[in-house]
Design a protein around this ligand. Sequence first.
Ligand code: FAD
Ligand code: NAD
Length: 479
Amino acid sequence: MSTETDFDVIVIGGGPGGYESAIRCAQLGMKTACIDKRLLAGEPSLGGTCLNVGCIPSKALLDSSHRFESAQHELIDHGIETGEVSIDIETMMTRKDKVVKQLTGGVAQLLKGNGIEWFKGAGKLTKAADSNFVVEFTPHEGDSQSLTAKNLILASGSVPIGIPSAPVDQELIVDSTGALEFTETPKRLGVIGAGVIGLELGSVWRRLGSEVVVFEALSELLPMCDKAVARSAKQLFKKQGLEVRLSTKVSSTEVKDNQVEVTLEDGSTETFDKLIVCVGRKAYSEGLFGDGVQIPMTDRGLVEVDDTCATSIKGLYAIGDLVRGPMLAHKAMEEGMMVAERIHGEKAQVNYDTIINVVYTHPEIAWVGINEEEAKERGIEVKSGQFPLAANGRALATADSDGFVKIISCAKTDRILGMHALAPGAGDMVHQGMIGMEFGALTEDFQLMTFAHPTLSEAVHEAALSVDGRAIHAIQRKR
Ligand code: FAD
Ligand code: NAD
């Protein structure tokens, strides 16, 4: 039991939103506590969904599976003969777990080093009056205690959405967490939902040898993405052997003989060794509010906040997956820092117009700002230019030339309004667009800058030139 019970700030949730806000609060001299109830392999573990069962373990497996595929099919083009290549799933998983442990342990060190008390267990808000909060803390073992604070940051994150037609048992029918723990490569893998998780984890297991079929209810892939990028990505996935069936709904599933039989809406059936359900995530606030505590919530279970993540109760904030906006770790982190600084009396803000999205397939799909469809909806007249990686020297030299970079600019002011890329390293590449947009860059600025040769970023330069019909390494129609 902790002797300290009164804090300037209590943060409930130690995910990327929660732990970053706690660190920033402590940096600003506030006495800060962070309550997190997550257990990983039976041990308390900070870092939330992102470090434990999300961004980090999935990227570790994406990397291992990419290397395996490359060793099997690409090294030979370089004259490197390997003989038969095999993968030891247990070793791959052990590496992934080590990376997770290193990072979650690192967060624990950061909290400690910043003098933040980590309460290992569940937090429940039992009193929420202006600048006067009481939290009942229940440790994993032992008695509950009351903690008080002038400010409270809710950062309890999100959990996967379930569907009645495919109840998750974490054995044969799994969610994203179960899909990070397979002990062998399923021969046939079904995936419900061709969103970010479906594409990333579907890619992992396809590269490792599964025959993967992804069922997507909508008629298009990645509806929030630029149409040209989504179309090309779909073609590439098909070429890679990732079968995405659009406009397809699963109406029921049945587990028999250690397999999952999936019945589709048209009555046909398919059998899989494993089925991943990844149809989105929902905000998580189970057990967060005590009886009689009324916090304004939306009908989707999100805590209602303004642009600064403040609720209508003074001193009460909510951030990350628990509130509106994209469910992304970096969005949660920036909101956490903003809130800490606002509690300290500063005027910090998050620019929601420049939040980057990345799908970590190969090539990666990434974008920032608006696409042409959104520009049309908003009545903004735009011009655009794109450049194929097939004409980029570095992409060809590394035999990784699928994809393109596209820039959308305001037709009247020349300001860059969006950057979209389907490219190896697209996630890093579009940061150039984000930084440009933050500084109000014009397309002309990107045209006039010198980009190093040979780099993939030259495709960004050429895409900017192409906006005005003057790309050098592609034939452009005269304007
Ligand atoms: P969370 O990370 O969910 O953390 C909330 C924490 O609060 C959890 O540890 C939870 O146990 C704890 N908690 C909840 N209630 C209580 C309570 N009452 N008391 C104490 N503790 C409590 N995003 C990206 O930006 N990039 C990616 O590549 C990416 N990959 C992903 C891959 C997968 C498979 C998944 C599932 C998600 C991925 N995400 C990715 C999304 C990202 O993980 C989330 O957006 C991010 O973790 C949200 O951060 P958060 O701090 O809001 O909540
Ligand atoms: P998602 O919202 O990205 O995709 C879910 C997909 O499932 C959608 O295309 C939807 O149309 C489809 N769907 C919904 N119900 C269906 C049904 N009954 N049958 C078939 N298809 C159905 O959700 P997700 O992939 O589960 O990921 C959840 C969230 O986690 C993401 O939105 C994202 O915020 C976050 N995440 C981010 C990353 C990243 O940044 N790289 C990676 C993984 C997860």
